[in-house]
Design a binder for this molecule. Sequence first.
Ligand code: COA
Length: 259
Amino acid sequence: FMESLSLSFHNHTLIITINRPDKLNALNKTVIKELSGVIDDVYNNVEIKSVIITGSGAKAFVAGADISEFAGLDAKAGKAMAENGQMQVFNKIEHCFKPVIAAVNGFALGGGCELAMACHFRVASSNAKFGQPEVNLGLIPGYGGTQRLTQLIGKGRAMELLMTGSMIDANTALQYGLVNYVVPQEELMSKTLSVTELINTKAPLAIAGCIKAANAVFDENENGYEMEINIFGELFDTADAKEGATAFLEKRQPLFKGC
Ligand code: COA
């Protein structure tokens, strides 16, 4: 049982819903802890091929870190909060070897925008709004927002959003490349599922390779081109690569097994 998340399965896609609608799904300690545990399960559970993260209700994806927990934090505690969140949740999502997609159903502010950005890509409903309003609280983002927003939309746009704390609407987010699609709210889950279902038919080790190599672009300790060469080569030793080529030549759909 979890206090703040609800889980559901759609074929091999796990849908994680952050479920504190009366607080606009704000990320408190419990949400962070439960998300961390669920993501560990995603890594370990072979039944799960892909993940969708969304928020409960029609209004918010996640309206940020829970501001009521900020009272009484000092420098040491603030640093520990950011570090714990980054290590236990945001980095684990970004580096998950299975696709994790955000279905942004409303406000994605502060930690909510950061959660959406830690996912591999994003689908938004037309009422979604994005922003990093931490400056309004005398703070900066702590769950990777300064980095991932700059990676995703470029330095000039990110600097303006970070410094003004302003929100952008879904269509602006689409134009900035922050989201891949904008759809009516009632179609958000079916659209997102249609993308994960398509990915679920591909070879899991190849999907893992795509994620790892694309993430290497943003990791100064990795040579992404070298990594690509290595993963490309290693995949030739998998049963799925043999199945893929065989199926193509036999003019049939491949059936991938994840090995
Ligand atoms: N932390 C804690 N509680 C939050 C929250 C957050 N980040 N965001 C919203 N809530 C709570 C509100 O306090 C309110 O609780 P209450 O009903 O017990 O008073 C409830 O969620 C509904 O929010 P409310 O502000 O009444 O809705 P609204 O429609 O007037 O405004 C927002 C919506 C998103 C504009 C507004 O809630 C907001 O600015 N939230 C904070 C966003 C933020 O700064 N996030 C970054 C944190 S680092």
